[in-house]
Design a protein around this ligand. Structure first.
Ligand SMILES: Cc1cc2nc3c(=O)[nH]c(=O)nc-3n(C[C@H](O)[C@H](O)[C@H](O)COP(=O)(O)O)c2cc1C
Length: 325
């Protein structure tokens, strides 16, 4: 399939794997890129810039195809050393960066000077327009359904994507709730040039996470995610578990008086415990509503090939067959 995104990123299929903390290691990024999509290493999962340089080198050893690095700008206890991460990305020869969270204006000149294509992931039309204005090349529009941080507007993709299409000139991909060929065709119909998936790529053979995480997503339905940290304006969609229910009880009890320290136990340092050790109730971890559409553990190539075959059939047969003669 040829879209503005496949052309811009030099990839075969318009499918991107979004950055995921303690999931987006070189193994997954390379598997997605080798299957014709765009894989992404999660920059801040690497504790230091030299660690990121090493992860980029590992990915370069595993694929000749383009891959991206995600740089996330979220409120954090200790701010990461972004300039040195940017240097590791540039020195590693990475050609695509997915930025997310706050506006990436502080790093953009360095990335653009190095000839890097920047896709900014954001959750609203106004932030998408801002990304376009400051010079990002594309946007990943993350709807309310998404795993991770859906923002505070709560606009689902059925509205957000056509709104983005009406306003944006740069190309965008649909993110949040995407799982299969139906998602891709719907996203294209609403004006996107491709799709970005997080949760679906966690449940693949190559995702280097604990088997219990994959089984938990397989067992989950679309009813099993919760929104946490809304009271801190840092909303995150997570899979429910005992720690999440405890966190929500604290949020209810403390209301506007809540502070980050009150919920440290449920949110700090959780990702390595869940993703690497399979300690499933150790805290809150991101997961999309799309869990309800995930029923198997294919390889990335099987998943992407299946999506493209399904999309092709939908466009050519189902939709094509509906046209009045
Ligand atoms: C476990 C997990 C961790 C994530 N970590 C990050 C992250 O560190 N940075 C980021 O920009 N997005 C992160 N995301 C969001 C994804 O990149 C993507 O935007 C989102 O998962 C799309 O929604 P979906 O899960 O419905 O496909 C994460 C998502 C998940 C499920």
């Amino acid at each position: 399939m040829k879209t503005r995104i496949t052309e811009m990123l030099n990839i075969e299929h318009p499918i991107i794997q979004g950055g995921m903390h303690y999931v987006g290691f070189a193994e997954l990024a390379a598997a997605v890129s080798n299957a014709g999509g765009l894989g992404t290493i999660t920059g801040l999962t690497q504790k230091t810039a030299p660690d990121l340089a090493n992860e980029i080198a590992r990915c370069n050893d595993m694929t000749d195809k383009p891959f991206a690095v995600n740089l996330t700008f979220l409120p954090s206890v200790a701010a990461p050393d972004y300039p040195s991460y940017v240097k590791a990305i540039i020195d590693g020869g990475v050609k695509i960066v997915e930025t997310a969270g706050r506006n990436p204006v502080q790093v953009l000149p360095y990335l653009k000077d190095a000839g890097i294509t920047v896709i900014h992931k954001c959750t609203s039309v106004r932030h998408s327009l801002k990304a376009q204005e400051i010079g990002c090349d594309a946007v990943s529009v993350d709807g309310f359904e998404c795993g991770g941080h859906p923002g505070e507007d709560d606009i689902p993709n059925m509205i957000l994507l056509p709104r983005a299409a009406d306003e944006l000139e740069i190309p965008f991909v649909a993110s949040g709730g995407m799982a299969d060929g139906r998602s891709l065709v719907a996203a294209l119909a609403m004006g996107a040039e491709g799709m970005n998936m997080g949760t679906r790529f966690m449940v693949t053979q190559e995702a280097p996470i604990h088997e219990r995480v994959k089984q938990a997503i397989l067992a989950a339905t679309e009813l099993d995610t919760r929104l946490v940290m809304r009271s801190l304006r840092n909303t995150e969609r997570v899979l429910t578990n005992t720690a999440v229910e405890r966190l929500l009880a604290k949020e209810k009890e403390l209301g506007d008086n809540i502070e980050f320290e009150d919920i440290m136990e449920e949110v700090a340092g959780v990702y390595p415990k869940v993703m690497l050790d399979g300690d499933m109730d150790s805290g809150a971890w991101s997961c999309g509503m799309v869990a309800g559409l995930i029923n198997d553990i294919p390889s990335c190539r099987e998943l992407i090939d299946r999506i493209m075959v399904e999309a092709d059939g939908l466009i050519g047969q189902r939709l094509g067959g509906m046209r009045a003669a």
